[in-house]
Design a protein around this ligand. Structure first.
Ligand code: AMP
Length: 183
C-alpha cells in the first residue's frame, strides 16, 4: 500500500503514521524526521536544511527530492510506504507521481487529517520540539495553508478525510477505516 498523510503541523500525523506503518508492515517515511536526523548528524544535507527547519519554511525542492528519492528506492519501500510530510506542495506531488510512474506505481490513497487551529496549537505547545516556538509555529501554519492545502484539491480523487480530534486510539480507528474503505 502506498499512502500519503496530509494535515497541518500538530495534527497528529506522525503518531498515527507510526502506528499504521507498524500494522501494515510498511516503512513510515517522514521527511521532517529525515531532515532532523541529517541536522543532528551534521551531514552536508543537514547543514543545507537547518535554516529552513529553524524558520519553519520549506527546504528547497532539489534537496528534498534527492532525499525522498534515495529513501523510496531502499528495499523496504518496494512493498509500499506511508509518506508523512511529503509531498507538501503540488510541485512535490508532481515529482512524486513521476518517480512512482517510472516504476509503474501510483498512490493508493491520501489521508487528510482535519483538525481545527486551536487544537493544533495546544498539541504543539505540549510537544516541545525546537521548531515549536510561537513564531515558527505560526509560520508553519501559514506555509501549510498557502503551499500544502492546495494538495487537497490536487488529490481529490484519492483523498479520504478523517476527523483528527479525539484520543490516539479513536483516531487510529478512523485511520484504519479510511484505509480499508478507499475513496
Ligand atoms: P515536519 O516534521 O513534517 O513538521 O517538518 C519539519 C520541517 O522540515 C518543516 O518545517 C520543513 O522545514 C522541513 N520539511 C519537512 N518536509 C518537507 C518537505 N516535503 N518539503 C520541504 N521541507 C520539508
Amino acid at each position: 500500500m502506498r499512502l500519503v498523510l496530509v494535515g497541518p503541523p500538530g495534527a497528529g500525523k506522525g503518531t498515527q503514521a507510526a502506528l499504521l506503518a507498524a500494522q501494515r508492515g510498511i516503512p513510515h517515511i517522514s521527511t521532517g524526521d529525515l531532515f532532523r536526523e541529517h541536522v543532528t548528524g551534521r551531514t552536508p544535507l543537514g547543514r543545507q536544511a537547518q535554516e529552513y527547519l529553524d524558520a519553519g519554511t520549506l527546504v528547497p525542492d532539489r534537496v528534498t527530492y534527492d532525499m525522498v528519492r534515495a529513501r523510496l528506492t531502499e528495499s523496504d519501500a518496494q512493498k509500499g510506504f506511508l509518506l508523512d510530510g511529503f509531498p507538501r506542495t503540488v510541485a512535490q506531488a508532481d515529482a512524486l507521481a513521476e518517480l512512482l510512474a517510472a516504476g509503474g506505481q501510483t498512490l493508493d490513497a491520501v489521508i487528510e487529517f482535519d483538525v481545527p487551529d486551536d487544537v493544533v496549537v495546544a498539541r504543539l505547545r505540549d510537544r516541545g520540539r525546537p521548531d515549536d516556538t510561537e513564531d515558527v509555529i505560526r509560520n508553519r501554519q501559514q506555509v501549510y495553508r498557502r503551499q500544502t492545502a492546495p494538495l487537497l484539491t490536487h488529490y481529490a480523487d484519492i483523498l479520504v478525510r478523517i476527523d483528527a480530534v479525539g484520543t490516539v486510539e479513536e483516531i487510529a480507528e478512523w485511520v484504519q477505516e479510511a484505509v480499508t474503505t478507499p475513496a
